[in-house]
Design a protein around this ligand. Structure first.
Ligand SMILES: N[C@@H](CCC(=O)N[C@@H](CS)C(=O)NCC(=O)O)C(=O)O
Length: 209
């Protein structure tokens, strides 16, 4: 019997999809990429909504197992294809999960407001950015980036000496904030770390996918 296909529904404009795909490449998961054309509304079709009722990418299919949410996909692939990106040690895993949770609750929330206000509104004809929302998100992003910058002052990656799922999650968010014109400058440790993340073969491969 042949191994069921491992498919990731992806769009290059989605930083959530890109960070999940970067983990797939980094851990060596043999993923087949299925482009979900967000610009043409493919995420709204009944076939796609049967996979993800939220109508969002990324979605992973592993045979009859369907998984959405980029962090869950990254973790599933990292469990399936073991590597230093998801060490077996309980404390290391808790530390990685801490930063993923922090991204979802704080850092990524601020970055998502900037993405919506500064980029997506213009792209989809939704009007001018709300200046109050932008100012609040910039202040929140700066506050959180200081925390990340301090964490990276004494270590090359967020949790130790090698890139982990925490780095892939946070670098995705940081890249999104850069694209949105967020307040990303002035963080020397983040700059050094983000440069190393961008130079990873998996990250480079995603930037061409
Ligand atoms: N929390 C989700 C967010 C997924 C998400 O927001 N995907 C966006 C692209 S970054 C999307 O598919 N947007 C399509 C739409 O809003 O119609 C994850 O981490 O996977």
């Amino acid at each position: 019997m042949s191994t069921p296909a491992l498919r990731i529904h992806y769009h290059p404009a989605s930083y959530n999809a890109r960070r999940a795909l970067a983990v797939a490449f980094h851990v060596g998961a043999p993923v087949e990429i299925v482009i979900c054309d967000l610009m043409a509304g493919a995420q709204g079709t009944p076939a796609f909504r049967a996979l993800n009722p939220n109508g969002l990418v990324p979605v992973l299919e592993d045979g009859d197992f369907v998984l959405w949410e980029s962090m869950a996909i990254a973790q599933y692939l990292a469990d399936k294809y073991p590597s230093s990106a998801w060490p077996a040690d309980a404390r290391a895993r808790a530390d990685i999960t801490r930063w993923q949770a922090w991204d979802l609750a704080h850092f990524g929330r601020a970055a998502d407001v900037l993405l919506f206000e500064n980029r997506l509104k213009g792209m989809f004809g939704l009007g001018a950015p709300n200046e109050v929302a932008v100012a609040q998100a910039e202040a929140a992003f700066t506050k959180h980036a200081k925390v990340l910058d301090a964490q990276l002052a004494s270590r090359p990656y967020v949790v130790g000496d090698a890139p982990t799922l925490a780095d892939f999650a946070l670098a995705g968010t940081f890249g999104s904030a850069t694209y949105s014109g967020g307040p990303v400058t002035g963080f020397a440790n983040i700059d050094r770390w983000y440069g190393k993340m961008q130079a990873l073969p998996a990250w480079e491969r995603v930037s061409k996918t």
